[in-house]
Every structure is written in structure tokens, then in C-alpha cells.
Design a binder for this molecule. Sequence first.
Ligand code: SF4
Ligand code: NI
Ligand code: NI
Length: 709
Amino acid sequence: KQICELAFQGATTAVGVAENLLNEAIEKHGAEAPVKYPDTAYKLPVITALSGEDITTLGELVPVLQRIKANNLRPEPELGNALLSGEATLYAGEIIEALRYLGGGKPDEPPYTGFLSDPVLRKFGVPLVDGTIPGIAVITGKAKDAQAGARLIKDLQSKGIMIMLVNDIIEQCIEENIKVGADYMTFPLGKFTQIIHAVNFAARAGLAFGGVPKGAREQMLDYQKRRVPAFVIALGELDAVTIAIGAGALFMGFPIVTDQDLPAELQIPELLEAQPDYDKIIKLALELRGIKLKIVDIPVPITVGPAFEGETIRKKEAWVEFGGGRSPGFELVQMGDADQVEDGKIEVVGPEIDEMPEGSVFPLGIIVRIFGRKMQEDFESVLERRIHYFINYGEGLWHVAQRDLCWLRISKGAKEAGFKIRHFGDLLIAKFKSDYPAIVDRVEVTLLTDLPAVEAKIKIAREKYQARDARLKGLTDETVDTFYSCTLCQSFAPNHVCIVSPERVGLCGAVSWLDAKASNEITPTGPNQPIAKGECLDEEKGMWHNLNDFLHTASNRTLEEVNLYTLMDKPMTSCGCFEAIMAILPLTNGVMITTREHAGDTPCGMTFSTLAGTCGGGVQTPGFMGIGRRYIVSAKFIPADGGLGRIVWMPKELKEYLKDELTERAVALGLGADFIDKIADETVGTTEEEIMPFLEERKHPALTMPPLM
Ligand code: SF4
Ligand code: NI
Ligand code: NI
């Protein structure tokens, strides 16, 4: 078929270009010149994933390219050969792109992102895993006009889909003032071959979260088909190279929709289909990829979707702000009886936005009352935490913190679009009802913007918060007889199991014991299952008979035993979305912790990215462990290994973040209120040798503890 011939032609051209550029580069820099992408543990990921070579120098690329030329370029017009041409194009693209990074530079000017680093991969790992991000759209080419292109992107953004843009569509978006960047999950990769950064992102998802071994080509392709919900929208004319790249997408299992009027015989049902009507393109692409969206119509005049979750609104962009220490503010979810909650009722007590001058500060109270036959008091805090996400999903709305610390802004743009205070109510009602149908039957929202009203109700809210805290504080691993599993991440890391106890939050930091309990009651067959602890096999290390049994089954029989309270012996596995990683530092007899936010070197000789590559994917790696940040200040922080006193290094930012609780814990453990000052950070050093004198001078307790190994 003609498409196959074009794919072959295009692939031949691409491989030829890669070969020429490679030869030139070798002539100029030598075969020994190092070649790598910035901030990744996966070398050149397409090659690492598909054939497994650890490419580190230019010279090593020569035999790879030769092999591809010999094996993959077959002219006979068959679909199988077209896919091989596609694979060849991916190799060629990866090589051409990698050459742009020679010498360790960052060749792309903003807004172009070029290669997406491992931290980006990890940041979007959790939402991809839990389905918050339902898919990845790769859009390449040029839309018939800028407005039509912009509408496509807006539509995808409102659906919460991760977007990668290549070629002229980027300029069209900018022209139409579409917001791009990580905050909007919209990545303008760049031009032409930079589309490969979508592919090497997908490949790393398989390596990092899927536990697919490098070079396991068939397994990787299978993983891509089943677990990476990516699709391609190709806009504008299709030339041979574009078609070859498209064949590469098909090879990875990503279907393509083109806006060109392709005759039926040139289309490949289910894989390559044409849809010239822009209003129908996305629907078709989602169908081809089997992505089902929960459609929620939210009656507010702004776009709502996870794409806007990370959007920041600076003070000068805000029309009005609330809370955040500038004015009293709070938010509260309370369950009520059937006769107390009037479904859909929204009441605003105090001024509406039209009565708020530009740049003003107002008090705000958000009271959400929920009735549900299966609603429980324990769910209140779980649902209350959702307020943060739901409000942030609104374009032009900004929300940080929670409870009586909450801080909100409404942008000038949202105000202009017609957003009113009462729309907070519409937004919350729609989201609570659509996201929690099993427990939420009726929702009513009261919004207070009047100072006396806020002051009166904030007292009630504070009493509620205190009561809840008291209950959570009373929960220890000993006082409950049931822990919960979390296997949400198995969609990415098929053998990974988190065990969540009152004193150990899930390693993503987002699932506490109460959350897991509530989630189990909301969805009994879901990813959080209760496990009665049963017989304790090792009190110190934290091993229970029933937990082992559960783990064995849930890990697909890859693991037999797990200890909850140590990182040295059968520790909990890590999937890929850990907030922080611990690693032992043998010389100091202690452990270090680094976070996803900290990109720099650490005393164990690895950055967060590299560490993540060594301990992710659902395997036990003694001496290394992914954790949630809050686990560090838990009373069950590696007690079997000596506890908090073992920590000799962590990034400054983490120290600040945990400061008060860390000090409180240190005092409780008899380590002294100044323990935090004995922990080294990046300003002290980033090797064991560098931090040793500091630890000695400050008499760090780890130095005199029993040997760790
Ligand atoms: Fe994933 Fe564990 Fe978090 Fe569950 S608790 S979402 S399995 S990291
Ligand atoms: Ni995970
Ligand atoms: Ni995870």
C-alpha cells in the first residue's frame, strides 16, 4: 500500500539524516565524546527500552544505526514492514535529538521544552497512575487556522489530558494565548524530530513504573499498548517523513487521527483514521485509544480541569484574595441529615464579587454540607481535602493549604469571564457529586464573605478540626488491628504494593490510613483493601503474618515478606511516585533522604532521578526506600534501624518543610531540640567525605549508634 511505501521512504530519509549527522559529530568531537540527555537515569530511553544498549558515547551509536538500517528498512509494502520503518524512524529521531545535546547544553529556548527530564516524568506519574490524567495527546503539525488549533488544545486541557505539542501548532497556541508549560500539562516539545521526546517519555514510563527490563522489546510494546494511553493528532499535510514518524507511533501502539481528507484506502481502521471536522477529532482519538472520560458539566463561566491545577496566580493578577493570613478564612465539610441538606442550594452571605474592588482582600468561609446514606463522619476530612483540588481545577482560581489556613485568589481574567463567588458552590457541588456518587447524595454550599459571619463560624470549624486531630493522634499502629493496602500504582508498577498504616502514609504522600479506609468504604473492590494484621512475627522490624500473605498474592507472587519498620531487611517496595527516597551512607553509619524537588547531587553519589531508577518498579531494594515526606516525622520512622537519629543528610528545603514537627519528634526521642542542626544538607556538602567533619563536629548521634550494616 501507498502508506507503507511512504513510511519506508520517510524512514530511509530519517535514518540517512541520522547517519550523516552522527558521522559529522564523530569527526568533530571524536567517537569517545559522551552523549546523554539531561536529568535522566535512562540514557537514550528509546534505545534503552527497545534494544537495551547503554549508550554513553557517540561511537556506540554507529553499530546500533547499522543494525537498524540492515534489519528494519524493508521496501515490500506490508503493514509489518511499515511498523519496522516506524521503529527505525524512532531510533533515527532519538539519535538526531541526542546529538543536539552534545556537550551537556540545553539547546532549547523557552517555551520549547525539548527533552522532558525524569522529574517531569515522576511528577506526572502519580496523576497518570490514579487516572486523574486520562491520556496523553501528541499533537503535531499545523492546524487549518490558529483558532481551530487553539480550540482543540483548550478542549483537551479541560478534559485533563496531558498534551505534547510539536511544530507550528506551538506558535498557533501562543498566538491564541493558550497557556502552555508544566503548570498546564501542555508541553511545547519543539520542532520536527523533537516529537521523539513524547516517545522517550512513554518509554521511560514503562521502564520506571512498569518494571519492564531494558531491551525487553515485546514486553515494552505490550506495556505501551495496555498502560500508556497516548494518541497522536496529526494536523496539516502528511509528507513521507511525517508518515514515517506516524508509523513509529503506530509501532508503539498509539493510534493517529489526521485532519486531512485521506481516502478510505489510505486509512488503517483503528490505527490511522481521518477526521477533517475539528469538532470531532478529539472524540475519535479518545475512542480509538479507548479512553473514557467522566463527563461533568459544571455550570461556571471558566474552564475546569486538572490542567489548571498547577496554575499560579500572582498577587498582581488577582482581582480579590481571601485568607492566607491576610484575612480570616476557612473551609469545612460537614455531614448532615437528609432534612438538613437541600441539594444544589448555594447561599452567599456577604458581598458578591461585583462589590469587591480590584486588588482587595476579603474574608471567606466555605461550608459544604453533605448528606449521603453511606456518608460517615470519617469521610469529612477526606472530602474536605478535595476542595483544594476542585477549586484549583478552575482556570483563574488559585487555592493553597486547607482548613483555617486556606488562601485563595480569583484572577482578573476569571472575574472578566463572569466568575462569581456563588460559582465556587456550583463547582464544588458538581465535583463532589460526580467524583463521589457512592457516598454523596445531596450537597449544599454556604459561602461567607462577611467578616462577622466568618468570625462566628470559624469557631465552630476550629472545634471540628481539633476533634478530628485528636482522633487521628489517637491512632497508632498498635491501636488498630487493620492496615490497608494500596495497589493504585499497579496500573504502572504491576507488582508494587503499598501498605498503609496509621503511622506510615503511602509513599506518594497522598494516601493516609484514614484516606485508605474511607476509600475502601467508598469503593469496596477498589485499590485499598483492609488487611487484618494477624499474628505478629517480628515486633521490632514490623512483620505480620497476614500482611505477608496479602503481599505475596498482591505482588503476583514476586515477594514473600515485608517489614514495615526498617529499610535494611525486606523493606516495602517502591513504585515510582515516592515523594522522597532514603539511602544508607555506610561511611557515616546513617541514612540520607532526598526529595523529588531536589535536583542536585547527594552524598550517596546519585541524584533523585538516578536513585529513583535504581529502586522503583515494585522490587525490594534493601538500603534504599521510597517514602512519603510525612513518614519522616512518624513515631514509626525506621525504629528497627535506630529511628530519626539515623538521618545525617537531607535537602535544606525538606528541613524547612518539616522543621517544627522534626524538632518536636527529636525532643520526644531525647535527641535534643537542636538535632535538626546536626543534619547536614547541600550547603554543607554533597559527598560523604564532605559532610563527615560536620557530623563529627556537631556530635551527630548516628556516629555512635550500633553499625547499620
Ligand atoms: Fe501508589 Fe502507594 Fe500512593 Fe497507593 S499509596 S497511590 S500504591 S504510592
Ligand atoms: Ni506509584
Ligand atoms: Ni506510587
